[in-house]
Design a protein around this ligand. Structure first.
Ligand SMILES: CC(C)(COP(=O)(O)OP(=O)(O)OC[C@H]1O[C@@H](n2cnc3c(N)ncnc32)[C@H](O)[C@@H]1OP(=O)(O)O)[C@@H](O)C(=O)NCCC(=O)NCCS
Length: 195
C-alpha cells in the first residue's frame, strides 16, 4: 500500500506543488496500475502497459516541476492529514510564451482511489483554475467518454464538450472513446463553481 493513508473525513488543504511531493504523487500514479490489475475501470490514460520505472517518474515530475518554476504551468496538490492525496496540473500547450498556442492550458487531474468522491477533485479544480486564469485564456482536457462522473464535475466548473475522439485509447484490446472539453475563461460562465 502507498504512503497515502486511508481517511475520509479530515479536511482537505490545497496548495502549490513542492519538490518533496514527488514520492507521494508517484505512489498515487502507481496505484492506478493496481486498480487496473484488479479490473477497476480507470478513466484516465496510462503512460504504458507496465507501470513506469522510477527513472521515468523522476523525469515526469522534474519536467512538470520545471514548467511550474518557468511559469509555464500551474500544479496544485491536495493534502489530507499532511499527505498528498491528489493533484491537478495545467500546462501551457504552446512550446514557447510567444507561441500561437501559448494562451491554451492542458489539464490533468488525479485523486487517490481511497479519497475519490469526497470533494478532493473539486477543491483541486477550484485552486488550479483560479491560478490558471492568470496565465491562460482557454483550458482543455480529454476525458474517457465512460467517465460520466468526471464529465459532470468538469461541467460544473464551466467546461463544455468540444469534440469526440472515437477509439482514442486501446487498453488490452478494448477501445475507449474520449471526449474533449474546453473552458473559456472569458465566456462569462467560467468562474470556478463554489461547492
Ligand atoms: C475524476 C476525479 C479527479 C474526481 O475527483 P474526486 O475527488 O472524486 O471529485 P469530487 O469528490 O470533488 O467530486 C465527485 C464527483 O466526481 C464524480 N466522480 C468521478 N469519478 C469518481 C470516482 N471514481 N469516485 C467518486 N466520484 C467520482 C462523482 O460522481 C461526483 O460527481 P457528482 O457529485 O455529480 O456525483 C477522481 O475521481 C479521479 O482521480 N478519478 C480517476 C482518474 C480520472 O478519472 N481522472 C480524470 C481524467 S480526465
Amino acid at each position: 500500500m502507498s504512503a497515502v493513508p486511508v481517511t475520509g473525513s479530515s479536511p482537505v488543504r490545497v496548495r502549490e506543488v513542492v519538490w518533496t511531493d514527488f514520492d507521494e504523487l508517484r505512489e498515487i500514479y502507481y496505484h492506478l496500475y493496481e486498480e487496473r490489475d484488479r479490473g477497476d475501470p480507470i478513466g484516465i490514460t496510462l503512460y504504458s502497459e507496465e507501470r513506469p520505472s522510477l527513472a521515468d517518474e523522476v523525469l515526469w515530475f522534474a519536467g512538470g516541476y520545471r514548467k511550474v518554476l518557468m511559469g509555464e504551468a500551474v500544479w496544485s496538490v491536495a493534502e489530507r492529514d499532511g499527505h498528498a492525496v491528489g493533484s491537478c496540473e495545467i500546462h501551457r500547450l504552446g512550446a514557447t510564451a510567444t507561441s500561437e498556442q501559448a494562451h491554451v492550458g492542458v489539464l490533468g487531474i488525479l485523486v487517490h482511489a481511497d479519497h475519490r468522491g469526497t470533494g478532493v477533485g473539486s477543491a483541486l479544480l477550484r485552486h488550479a483554475l483560479t491560478a490558471a486564469r492568470e496565465k491562460f485564456e482557454v483550458v482543455r482536457l480529454s476525458v474517457f467518454s465512460v467517465n460520466e462522473g468526471a464529465r459532470r464535475l468538469y461541467e460544473r466548473f464551466g467546461f463544455r464538450p468540444s469534440g469526440h475522439g472515437p477509439r482514442a485509447v486501446k487498453r488490452g484490446g478494448t477501445y475507449f472513446d474520449e471526449e474533449e472539453m474546453i473552458l473559456l475563461f472569458d465566456d462569462g460562465a467560467a468562474a470556478p463553481a463554489n461547492h
